[in-house]
Design a protein around this ligand. Structure first.
Ligand SMILES: [Zn+2]
Length: 261
């Protein structure tokens, strides 16, 4: 009952700023350093799917790190730390915000998550989002495994009005653009804002996605179509260690949730 679940960590930003959904580079380094010292091993998407499909294989001290959206701070601040500790992470990108420009990042100014999204929806999107060449570089160096976050980040709106044609188009386009620009077929999809329903899951499955990531908390035993994640805060390794003990065990995570409810 211990180490039968694979904890999946969810990050959005790593940059020097005190704001919600952000982890500072210092704390991020402390977290990865702590994970290394405790001998945790980071998986890539392929290894994670394999372990989800083979629950009898040992998954002791295996975890998955994920980043949502594809903000450029991930490239600037998170990738050197991942590289330093030889760790891997899935990076879910919404392809509508990725441009083919060549940009110097010397002048990057950290902004809040909200402000960055506001720029992402303007003609200044390249200032806050990764470019295709940055994603290719990260992918080639091996510390980011680039995966899908759909195209427009508007799936929650489409679900609200039950527009499943739009959902299929969005997921398909997101997939096609990753194939075109990165020469890889993404098998993993993180639902924008964690919003999905049964029909959307069927569409994603039909399009070939094998791992579907939510923002719900919980254990991951053997269902890659409903992956639970832990939202990582700007807190030290002590906090993460506690979460990892809980979410590596189906029993402890159940008890923990009962107490919290
Ligand atoms: Zn998102």
């Amino acid at each position: 009952m211990f180490f039968n679940s694979i904890p999946v960590l969810m990050y959005h930003h790593v940059m020097p700023l005190n704001s919600p959904l952000n982890v500072t580079p210092e704390v991020f380094e402390e977290q990865l350093n702590g994970l290394t010292r405790k001998r945790w091993k980071t998986l890539d998407g392929k290894e994670f799917l394999y372990l989800m499909g083979n629950p009898k294989e040992s998954r002791k001290k295996c975890l998955l790190i994920t980043f949502d959206d594809g903000f450029v701070d991930n490239y600037i601040f998170a990738s050197p730390v991942l590289k330093k500790y030889k760790m891997k992470a899935l990076l879910f990108v919404a392809t509508d915000f990725i441009t083919d420009l060549d940009i110097k990042r010397d002048n990057f100014k950290p902004l809040t998550h909200k402000e960055m999204w506001r720029l992402a929806f303007s003609e200044r999107k390249h200032e806050v989002m990764c470019t295709w060449s940055e994603l290719r570089e990260a992918e080639q160096e091996g510390f980011f495994d680039i995966q899908s976050h759909g195209h427009s980040h508007r799936i929650p709106n489409f679900i609200e009005i039950s527009d499943y044609v739009a959902i299929e188009k969005d997921l398909k386009l997101g997939k096609e653009l990753l194939i075109r620009h990165l020469s890889k077929d993404p098998l993993h999809l993180a639902w924008p804002k964690g919003v999905y329903d049964e029909k959307a899951v069927d569409i994603a499955k039909k399009l070939g996605f094998q791992g579907l990531y939510t923002t719900q908390r919980g254990a991951n035993l053997n269902n890659p179509l409903l992956i639970k994640r832990i939202a990582i805060k700007n807190k030290g390794i002590g906090w993460i260690n506690k979460k990892l003990i809980i979410y590596s065990s189906s029993i402890l995570s159940k008890i923990y949730h009962r107490i919290r409810l």
